[in-house]
Write a protein that binds this ligand. Structure first.
Ligand code: GDP
Ligand code: CA
Length: 339
């Protein structure tokens, strides 16, 4: 069985760990032996102090490889910050993006491989030789795509609350998200470079040849939305014979963690499970929503909706959630689901 997932960073990574656990512990031999391919968002990538940083690839790699800081859900465990302290003493900016010492090593390796002419796909493969994440991690593209955000003007009286930001300018997504905590409203969010980007090698094949495609509860705008903005990927999801099953990142009108509501507002979409499904209406076959949330209105494609506990509160709950997504996919594919 071939399972392909799209993913952002923390939410995607957590879900994928549950997905691997659900597959590996299944009584069904096909699921136990399933191969997982993950197409990861790279539009959050940023160059800091000359180093190429791929936050979502690293979150997935560290989480599945057992090196993640469990509390935060991102970055390395047992981290220290000597390099960041020294950079600050040299007056080097930005200082708002956390770069741990162990994490810096990952970025040094990636930056060096890219400088030597390797692709991001190849650099990721090399990093994964250490981490053995138990899945094939593919960047969505080897081309440079960077999400930029148009900030609303910030009234003078409110600037102090936003790190002195006056707004009315375009910034990298990371500056909006990390420095400004997405608290300054975004007028527009654009994955710059996406229109001219090509899917990385293996991405379209992984979607076409999959038996099951899963959309974890990743940010629908800046994680899944960025992946879908790479020409060819959306079409491959629409066309694949595999059922495409998604998990809502919104429960009861709120993103469970983080500021995804600020991203949805920027594109004029309400923060509801139904509205998020609407963003995928052309490609989605199954949708898991929380108890009490409303099913989406009928769209262009038949959609099977199930109510399930959607909180990834601990590994067992996350494994059960991911297992429910696979169950629904196999049910839609007409395969018997063992009890
Ligand atoms: P990021 O790149 O680190 O922001 O991570 P992702 O885009 O992969 O995932 C972030 C999203 O995960 C957030 O927008 C939340 O809506 C969602 N999320 C976080 N925790 C949970 C949870 O426990 N359950 C569900 N259903 N969604 C969650
Ligand atoms: Ca991200």
């Amino acid at each position: 069985m071939r399972v392909t997932a799209l993913a952002g960073g923390v939410g995607g990574a957590r879900f994928l760990r549950g997905l691997l656990a659900a597959l590996r512990s299944s009584p069904d031999p096909a699921r136990r032996g399933a191969q997982l391919t993950v197409v990861v968002n790279t539009a959050d990538d940023v160059t800091l102090h000359g180093l190429r940083v791929s936050p979502d690839l690293d979150s997935v790699m560290y989480t599945l490889g057992g090196g993640i800081d469990e509390e935060r859900g991102w970055g390395r465990d047992d981290e220290t910050y000597g390099v960041a302290d020294e950079l600050a003493r040299y007056g080097q900016s930005p200082t708002w993006f956390t770069l741990g010492d162990k994490d810096v090593a990952t970025h040094v390796v990636r930056t060096r491989l890219l400088a030597e002419g390797r692709t991001l796909t190849e650099a990721t493969e090399q990093l994964c030789r250490r981490w053995r994440p138990g899945a094939r991690l593919l960047p969505m593209t080897d081309d440079v795509v960077e999400t930029h955000v148009d900030l609303a003007p910030v009234p003078e009286a409110e600037r102090a609350a936003h790190d002195g930001e006056a707004g009315g300018r375009r910034v990298h997504f990371q500056e909006w998200w990390v420095r400004l905590h997405a608290a300054v409203p975004a007028l527009a969010i654009e994955p710059v470079g996406a229109a001219a980007a090509r899917p990385a090698p293996g991405v379209l094949e992984a979607l076409r040849d999959a038996d099951v495609v899963v959309l974890p509860p990743s940010n629908p705008v800046v994680s899944i939305g960025s992946i879908l903005a790479v020409p060819g990927i959306r079409d491959a999801l629409v066309a694949t014979a595999a059922p495409v099953v998604g998990v809502s990142p919104v429960i009861g009108g709120a993103p469970v963690r983080g500021m995804a509501d600020a991203c949805l507002s920027a594109i004029g979409v309400p923060t509801t499970a139904a509205a998020v499904a609407g963003l995928y209406a052309d490609l989605l076959d199954g949708w898991l929503i929380a108890e009490g949330d409303e099913a989406p209105a009928p769209g262009p494609r038949p959609l099977a909706v199930r109510h399930r506990p959607l909180l990834m509160s601990d590994p067992a709950a996350t494994t059960a959630l991911a297992g429910a997504a696979v169950d629904l996919a196999l049910e839609l594919a007409g395969q018997v689901v063992p009890a």
